[in-house]
Design a protein around this ligand. Structure first.
Ligand code: HEM
Length: 297
């Protein structure tokens, strides 16, 4: 908490909120005037956040900004973070983690939808035609922090001092980027009819936790089947586990038959999130394909 008024710029570890907007924008990178507009707007994000959050300090308003690899040099004129690069696609037999355009990400969070709405409105007013909107997704909190698949999502997130350890780049990692964090987002749309055709037991095996009580399950012996939670558990060569911080949100609307999960993961080391993705999409249990580690990070 930041003293008298709990407003802090760029709180990657902001508390879970009931509402969030994920806004992805493309910047007119060849246009100097557009770059100047983007630079001055980014410099004013702290001020914009204050404009909105002061109206209800109990609503835990927070906004974090991500700057994409292609836009980094033009927009920041700062040294590049060591691991920053365009999103790597992962091609599995069945599914592909696709790379889509986007130069700026705004992760806007609050307990009140109107605060997210108002911040986004003021932000886009300021950016004007320097940017175009690639994707705008409004997420909501669903029952006991469940995703639309019906499972409690976020349980294994780091807590306490482990949060900073997992998400903040240190001087030792990369002096020029110390204090920053890597963020990856993905938008998943669920085939809920197919999911509901699975028994609860089958669904629990996919996720790796029981549905009602959220108890962690062991994987089937012999590596026959690996659950989501196991594929997403990353250990390095020394056996040390590396966490990321997730603040996934359900999105969609029954009227348009759209049911989704917006994945957002913050990490101190980008390779950790990439390795999770690689293992999930390729089902590479033995890290034959997914060989990311600190040494090559
Ligand atoms: C449709 C998208 C996704 C859904 C619905 C989903 C849902 C879940 C659920 C229900 C859990 C178990 C409870 C918990 O610990 O949070 C979980 C765990 C986890 N997920 Fe996901 N997830 C999704 C995508 C991803 C992606 C893309 C990543 C990483 C790139 C990821 C990383 C993790 C991690 C690290 C855990 C904790 C594993 C552990 O137990 O240590 N998830 N997820």
């Amino acid at each position: 908490m930041g003293g008298r008024t709990p407003i802090e710029p760029q709180r990657v570890d902001a508390p879970l909120t009931s509402s969030a907007t994920f806004l992805v924008l493309s910047v007119k990178l060849e246009d100097d005037a557009a770059i100047n507009t983007v630079r001055s707007t980014l410099a004013s994000v702290e001020g914009l956040s204050k404009n909105v959050s002061i109206r209800d300090l109990s609503a835990s308003f927070a906004c974090t900004v991500g700057i994409g690899s292609d836009a980094w040099d033009r927009v920041t004129r700062q040294p590049r973070p060591a691991e920053l690069h365009p999103f790597k696609e992962f091609h599995g037999k069945k599914h592909t983690a696709i790379s889509t355009p986007g130069d700026l990400l705004f992760h806007i969070r609050a307990q009140r939808r109107d605060l997210c709405f108002e911040f986004e409105r003021q932000l886009l007013d300021s950016l004007g035609d320097a940017v175009s909107v690639v994707d705008e997704t409004v997420g909501f909190r669903y029952f006991d922090v469940r995703d639309l698949l019906g499972f409690v999502d976020g349980t294994a997130n780091p807590v306490g001092p482990a949060v900073t350890d997992s998400i903040v780049v240190t001087e030792q990692d990369d002096p020029a980027s110390a204090g920053g964090s890597y963020v990856v987002v993905q938008k998943y749309v669920h085939d809920l009819t197919a999911w509901r055709n699975l028994s609860t037991e089958q669904q629990e095996k996919v996720i790796g936790r029981t549905k009602l009580e959220n108890v962690e399950l062991d994987d089937a012996p012999g590596g026959q089947q690996q659950s989501h939670k196991s594929l997403a558990t990353i250990e390095d060569d020394q056996g040390e586990e590396h966490d990321i911080l997730r603040d996934n949100m359900p999105f969609g609307s029954p009227g348009s038959k759209e049911f989704g999960t917006y994945f957002i993961g913050y990490s101190r080391k980008l390779w950790v999130t990439e390795k999770m993705l690689c293992r999930m999409f390729t089902l590479d249990r033995d890290d034959v394909l997914c060989t990311f580690s600190d040494s090559i990070g």
